[in-house]
Design a protein around this ligand. Structure first.
Ligand SMILES: [Fe+2]
Length: 457
């Protein structure tokens, strides 16, 4: 039997197909734009390769778009047919089962099925990255870290996926608060896999979380080669750089990167929409006029109100709708979310119920300038917000909106408590955002005290 670049048996019949499969796997690990081309080549050469269809279906599900669920279903059917026609390995069948579980609305079980594969085949970098990606979507940082640390001993210095594994390890360490270890792992990984944009970006996360925007900009400067080959993930790396300029108060640079890189292609991929909406929200919280930039995001988001694949996506579409006052679409989105929450059959519907409904109601109220209602709802959602998925840096936009709603509606002690928790999560680092809010709170307390003293004077 032929083996792939990571030493796994594959039921492919020709070395040329294995070569394309290896390129596909390395492309997936590097977030390369060319990955689907390699996958299509494998399936064209060997249309009975069940694992190829399973990978295609899983990749479609990761994109979080309702219209791609049908494509994933067709991939699952092709995989099942291939399993009947030709011999397959237990590892390959495991991937097909994981796809079926996700299609049945059970991404947690799908991830666990991939973890079963890793118990038997810890050297399998495809399974490692798929598990990592699903746990990321689920906001499950602990499982993400345990998964990587379980397979680390199986990667010797010559393993072709070792650099990418270290990049994933760096990200899991960062998301679980181990900032210095994360930076070491990330830098080691980049030496072995210079095109590992994920590992590079894990280090950007470290600088974001530790309030060191200057070092973050220096880290990303002149390293464009590490993410130029990427699919839309490259917009996200630019977003990180723009975030650092925001922290530095270099707003012209933020808008320049926003217009020329972050929203260069104006796609409606939910991750691209999340980069755009969360940046505009942050800018507006700093009192900066963002011009008509909400409009294109809201136009695209209006078409996604019935999607419901991921609450993370829904909440960012909602930011766009609120940002451009699209009342009709906001109503449609809320109605659909209430329907999904009532159903609560799938893993994602459960997250729409909690934290989704309270978070969305909070965003809507913020848009209506009802800061008291916004604070109450956003603070309620905050306890389970991690279940919405994504990273700490991405969810920070909701944290900022919660704190600002609290300050604007006079919940000063509560807002300060959230700021303190936010600071503790960042290893005690205080970024520009936090420093300004602490000043606002003490200023508001001073004004209140003066107002109280007035009648006595
Ligand atoms: Fe990120």
């Amino acid at each position: 039997m032929l083996t792939d670049i990571f030493g796994s048996d594959v039921s492919l019949e020709t070395p040329a197909a294995v070569d394309s499969w290896n390129k596909m796997q390395l492309g997936f690990l590097a977030h390369a734009a060319v990955t689907p081309t390699h996958l299509a080549d494998v399936l064209e050469r060997e249309p009975n390769f069940a694992l190829g269809y399973a990978a295609k279906g899983l990749f479609c599900m990761m994109l979080g778009r309702k219209e791609l669920v049908q494509t994933a279903l067709e991939a699952e059917q092709a995989a099942r047919l291939a399993l009947k026609n030709v011999f397959s390995t237990a590892r390959e069948r495991g991937f097909v089962e994981a796809l079926s579980l996700w299609l049945a609305g059970r991404p947690i079980a799908a991830r666990d099925r991939i973890e079963d594969i890793l118990q038997l085949y810890p050297q399998d970098s495809l399974a490692m990255k798929v598990s990592h990606a699903i746990s990321f979507i689920l906001g499950d940082a602990n499982t993400m870290r345990v998964s990587v640390e379980h397979v680390l001993p199986a990667y010797d210095a010559h393993h072709a996926g070792r650099g990418y594994l270290l990049g994933c390890h760096a990200f899991t360490l960062e998301e679980t608060g181990e900032y210095s270890q994360a930076e070491i792992a990330g830098r080691k990984g980049m030496l072995q896999a210079p095109d590992d944009a994920w590992g590079l970006h894990a280090i950007a996360h470290v600088y974001d979380m530790t309030g060191n925007a200057k070092a973050g900009i220096e880290w990303l400067d002149d390293r464009e080669d590490a993410w130029a080959h990427c699919n839309n993930f490259r917009y996200h790396v630019w977003w990180h750089k723009a975030l650092m300029y925001l922290d530095q108060g270099e707003i012209d640079k933020v808008f320049h990167l926003y217009d020329t890189e972050v929203r260069k292609d104006r796609t409606d991929d939910y991750r691209d929409i999340s980069n755009g909406t969360s940046m505009l929200s942050r800018l507006e919280l700093e009192g900066i006029d963002v011009g008509n930039r909400w409009e294109e995001l809201a136009d695209l988001s209006e078409n996604r109100t019935e999607d419901g694949c991921l609450i993370f996506a829904d909440l960012h579409y909602m930011l766009a709708l609120v940002g451009d006052n699209r009342d009709g679409a906001i109503k449609s989105m809320m109605t659909r979310m209430h329907k999904d929450a009532k159903s609560s059959k799938t893993d994602m519907e459960k997250t729409i119920a909690d934290p989704g409904l309270a978070a969305a109601a909070g965003l809507e109220a913020f848009g209506d300038a009802d800061y008291k209602k916004a604070f109450r709802n956003l603070a309620k959602a905050r306890g389970t917000m991690q279940l919405a998925g994504g990273s700490h840096a991405q969810r920070d936009v909701f944290e900022r909106l919660t704190i600002d709603a609290g300050i604007r509606s006079g919940f000063l002690d509560e807002a300060e408590a959230i700021l303190n928790e936010r600071k503790a999560k960042r290893g005690g680092a205080e970024d520009h955002y936090a420093a300004v809010r602490y000043e606002m709170i003490s200023g508001a307390r001073g004004e209140n005290a003066s107002a109280l003293q007035l009648p006595a004077e």
